[in-house]
Design a protein. Structure first.
Length: 235
């Protein structure tokens, strides 16, 4: 089971270190052995090997080892922090940062060539959801253009855009329908759900047959709450 916390543009160095200390202590003392991932902002990155029970990942990167890409972070910089897992395709990068499918596919191919673990995010906007399930699936499959789905270090996060950060999660039946259809094609690739997951709705989401984990934003911003989510996911 994968339980991942996406900090987005929240937390700074001190609070991230305190968060990771608390999380590592919780995982150590509880003996929980899930695949726990945390994605802090770049300025708060800590060496991945300092926390044996947590995988620290990058929310973003530029698909180059290094070079003339002002303001960007490449593989050389992530290597220094032993970062080996990344988010790609998050809707905030697609929409707010205007990343195209073509660029996302370049990032994906670069991550794959580095053997990084990838959580690849897909999700439809509200107007597509309003057109029904087949319209949703057509939209989601288009987000796999240029993506090698046979990559062994891939997990896919289904995150309906209208459910991210809104406090309104998708209905469990709708999540199940999408994850089941994705599973048919993606076979053993772990599938996550993301979009307003919290301590109230996690149990019913994580119990779905095709759900292998969750990607959480707001409800994971406090270490104590993230630990609570991890605990609930064990039941
Ligand atoms: C996310 O950013 O991936 C996310 C799912 O956020 P939230 O849990 O706040 O909806």
């Amino acid at each position: 089971m994968i339980i991942a916390a996406n900090f987005k543009t929240n937390h700074a160095r001190e609070s991230t270190a305190a968060y990771l200390d608390a999380l590592e202590f919780f995982l150590n003392t509880s003996g929980i052995k899930s695949d726990i991932r945390v994605y802090p902002p770049f300025t708060a990155l800590l060496r991945g090997d300092l926390y044996p029970n947590v995988k620290i990942g990058a929310q973003n990167f530029y698909p180059a080892i290094n070079g003339a890409y002002t303001g960007e972070i490449g593989a050389q910089q992530l290597d220094e922090f032993c970062i080996k897992n990344v988010l790609i395709g998050h809707s905030e990068r697609r929409i707010v940062l205007k990343e195209t499918q073509d660029f996302i596919a370049k990032k994906y191919t670069f991550a794959l060539s580095n053997d990084w673990e990838i959580i690849y995010c897909i999700g439809e906007p509200k107007e597509v959801r309003d057109n029904g399930f087949e319209a949703v699936m057509e939209y989601l499959w288009a987000e796999f253009d240029g993506i090698d789905i046979n990559y062994q270090n891939l997990s896919v996060a289904y995150e309906p855009i209208w459910a991210i950060g809104t406090g309104v999660s998708a209905q469990t039946e709708d999540i199940a329908e999408v994850l089941d259809r994705l599973k048919d094609k993606l076979k053993s690739t772990p599938l996550l759900y993301g979009g307003s997951v919290n301590t109230e709705n996690l149990q019913s989401i994580i119990s779905l047959k095709s759900c292998d984990g969750v990607l959480v934003g707001n409800a994971a911003l406090e270490a104590a709450n993230f630990c609570k989510l991890i605990q609930i996911a064990q039941k």
